[in-house]
Design a protein around this ligand. Structure first.
Ligand SMILES: *[C@@H]1O[C@H](CO)[C@@H](O)[C@H](O)[C@H]1NC(C)=O
Length: 329
C-alpha cells in the first residue's frame, strides 16, 4: 500500500518534470542555434557572479563557446581552483587584449560585494551582461552574517542587488554605446515567489524556510521590476532554471539534503537538465530578452508579470529603501 502511494506520487511527478524539461518548446537545438548566431559587432564583456559551479558555470561556458572565447569574461565566486579549471576549457581568444579571469568574492558579505564591485568598476568601463546565480541549499534556520543578514537571503538577494546597483553605471555605458546591456538573476521566477511581509523585510522576526523561499523569489521579482523602471532601455531578467543536476544538494550543509542527493539524484538525473543544457537555455533567455523587466521560465520564455507575481508599487518603494540600507556597509 505504501509503495503504491509512493508510486502514485513519484510517477506523475517524474512525468511532470520530464514534460517540463524536455518536451516544451523551444528545443535544445533551436536554442543552441539561436545562441550560436550571437555575433555582436563589439567584443562583449560579461560578468558571472556565482559562475564557479552549477547553472552559472553552464551559462559562462555556453557564452564562452558561442563567442569563441572572444569576450572579456569575469567569473566571480569563492572557489579559485574551480574557476581556473572552468576557464581553462574556454576557447582561447584571438582578439588582442581580451582576457578570461577570476575574481574572488564571498557574496554573503556586503562589504565583499562592495569591494569587488568597486574594483571591477575601476578597471572595466562597460559591462554588456551581468549574470547572477550564486546559490546555497540548506534546511537550517536563520543564520546571520556579522552584518545581520541571513546568509541564504544574502546570497539569493541582497548581494545580487548590491552587485547590480554598484555595477549598473558600467551596464548603462554599454547601453549608451548601443550595445547589449542586460542583467540576469537566476532564481525562481514564476515558481518560488510568495506573499511578503512589508513590516518584516529581511525576515528578522518571521524567518521560516517557506517564508525565506517566498521572500527570495518575490524580492528578485521586485528587484528586476524596480531596476527596469529606473533604468529604461536596459534588460533585467529574473529566470527560473527548472530542475538542474547541479551540486547544490551535494554541497549542502544539511545532512538530510546530502542524503537525499545520494538516494534521489541517481533516479532523478535523467529528468533533470544537465548544467550544460541549462546553460544553453538560460543564455538563450538572456540573449533574447528585450528591454525592461522580463521573467523567464527554464526554457527562456517570457512569462511576464501575470503568473505568481506578488509585488506592488508600495512593496517596490519599501524594499528598495530597506535593501539600500541593509547593503550600505
Ligand atoms: C551558519 O553559517 C556558517 C557559515 O557558513 C556555518 O559555519 C555555520 O555552521 C552555520 N550555522 C548553522 C546553525 O547553520
Amino acid at each position: 500500500m505504501r509503495s503504491l502511494t509512493f508510486a502514485s506520487i513519484l510517477v506523475p511527478l517524474l512525468s511532470f518534470i520530464f514534460y517540463r524539461n524536455f518536451l516544451r518548446m523551444p528545443s535544445l537545438s533551436t536554442v543552441r542555434a539561436f545562441n550560436a548566431a550571437f555575433s555582436p559587432s563589439y567584443t562583449p564583456v560579461a560578468i558571472f557572479v556565482g559562475g564557479t559551479s552549477g547553472i552559472g558555470q553552464g551559462i559562462a561556458e555556453a557564452f564562452a563557446r558561442h563567442t569563441k572565447g572572444n569576450a572579456h569574461i569575469v567569473i566571480v565566486g569563492r572557489n579559485r581552483a574551480a574557476a581556473e579549471s572552468i576557464i581553462s576549457t574556454f576557447p582561447k581568444p584571438t582578439v588582442p587584449g581580451v582576457t578570461h579571469e577570476f575574481v574572488e568574492c564571498d557574496i554573503s558579505l556586503m562589504k565583499n560585494v562592495r569591494h569587488v564591485a568597486t574594483d571591477l568598476r575601476a578597471r572595466i568601463p562597460r559591462i554588456n551582461f551581468l549574470v547572477l546565480t550564486p546559490g546555497v541549499m540548506t534546511m537550517n534556520g536563520r543564520n546571520e552574517t556579522e552584518e545581520g543578514i541571513d546568509r541564504k537571503l544574502a546570497v539569493h538577494y541582497y548581494g545580487r542587488w548590491r552587485f547590480i546597483k554598484d555595477l549598473l553605471p558600467a551596464v548603462e555605458e554599454a547601453h549608451n554605446a548601443g550595445e547589449d546591456a542586460k542583467v540576469l538573476s537566476v532564481l525562481s521566477a514564476g515558481y518560488g515567489g510568495g506573499k511578503i511581509d512589508l513590516e518584516d523585510l529581511g525576515l528578522k522576526k518571521s524567518f521560516s524556510l517557506p517564508n525565506a523561499a517566498a521572500a527570495a523569489g518575490t524580492y528578485n521579482d521586485i528587484m528586476i521590476n524596480d531596476f527596469a523602471a529606473r533604468f529604461p532601455g536596459l534588460s533585467f531578467i529574473h529566470s527560473h532554471p527548472g530542475f538542474v543536476a547541479s551540486n547544490l544538494m551535494k554541497t549542502s550543509n544539511t545532512p538530510s539534503l546530502r542524503f537525499m542527493n545520494n538516494i534521489l539524484m541517481p533516479i532523478l538525473r535523467p529528468f533533470a537538465y544537465s548544467v550544460e543544457t541549462s546553460g544553453e537555455h538560460q543564455l538563450y533567455g538572456l540573449l533574447k530578452a528585450g528591454p525592461g523587466a522580463v521573467r523567464t521560465t527554464d526554457n527562456g520564455d517570457d512569462i511576464g508579470l501575470s503568473k505568481r507575481y506578488f509585488g506592488s508599487p508600495e512593496a517596490m518603494a519599501r524594499l528598495w529603501k530597506h535593501t539600500e540600507e541593509a547593503t550600505s556597509v
